[in-house]
Design a protein around this ligand. Structure first.
Ligand SMILES: [Zn+2]
Length: 266
């Protein structure tokens, strides 16, 4: 799947190493620029350039912190089930928790996958409450930051629930099929086909959007290509030691595309 050779450690959270891959710099700058230049001028047309960029920087930082917390939920759930957690890495498409082994039972798989979207939805409610408080206290900058964060966490949680591997929804699908058929390999292949179908639809939908003139579709198509390549995980080989297979639990960010549209939901 994805390797993160060119990444550097920036700290630890709950004992888990947090790393940043160089491609994260691209998405972080694109996201900040998109919020400052497209999203905020629509939402707050009266704001100066400096306020817009500073606010966009805070939104971007809190967004990536939200992704780390989504991954941390996976990592802590995996560690509590005896799996070795290697690291959390922020990269071009969002965040990924690298776990040294595949889950040992469908129940473990279901819980480890589900806690990520649960974390994102919890953050959505938290930022939603902070937004309400900011409106009551008449703090427009804080209100704008929090409404953005509430919407993006909703999008991250919902997107990752789509039922195709390697998304959380695809892992939950694999857990259900694994429990029903008692066959890990078969469940993996089925969830992988679901992932390929989903990524094919994302590529087709993204390209259709580009033809319609919505350039954000290019990001969707690009994301679809990444998910396609990651949909079929390497099969677990019985001859390998338990620590040889690396299991990656990504939280795919919806990228800069949804952020400018997020203001429409205010
Ligand atoms: Zn996740």
């Amino acid at each position: 799947m994805v390797t993160f050779a060119r990444s550097m450690t920036v700290g630890r959270l709950a004992g888990v190493e947090i790393r940043i891959h160089w491609t994260w710099l691209l998405i972080a700058s694109a996201l900040t620029a998109s919020v400052a230049q497209v999203g905020l001028p629509e939402l707050q047309p009266g704001w100066s350039l400096g306020v817009r960029w500073a606010t966009a920087g805070v939104i971007s930082a809190l967004f990536f912190l939200s992704l780390v917390l989504h991954e941390l939920a996976h990592a802590v759930a995996a560690r509590n089930r005896g799996l070795p957690v290697l690291s959390i890495t922020l990269f071009l498409f969002g965040g990924v928790a690298t776990i040294g082994e595949e889950p040992r039972s469908p129940q473990d798989e279901l819980v480890i996958a589900a806690v990520g979207p649960i974390a994102s939805f919890t953050l959505m409610f938290l930022f939603g409450a902070l937004y309400e408080a900011s409106v009551l206290l008449d703090l427009p900058v804080a209100a704008t930051v929090f409404v953005y964060l509430a919407v993006v966490n909703l999008l991250v949680g919902a997107f990752n629930l789509l039922p195709g591997f390697p998304l959380d929804g695809g892992r939950m699908l694999r857990a259900v099929v694994w429990a029903a058929r008692r066959n890990f390999q078969r469940a993996t292949v089925l969830a992988g086909y679901a992932g390929r179908t989903l990524s094919g639809a994302l590529v087709a939908g993204g390209l259709a959007l580009v033809l319609w003139g919505a350039m954000g579709g290019a990001w969707l198509a690009f994301l679809g290509c990444f998910l396609w390549s990651a949909a079929m995980p390497p099969r677990r080989r019985r001859t390998q030691g338990p620590h040889r297979s690396s299991h990656q639990q990504p939280a795919v960010a919806n990228g800069p595309a949804p952020l400018p549209t997020a203001d429409g939901r205010r």
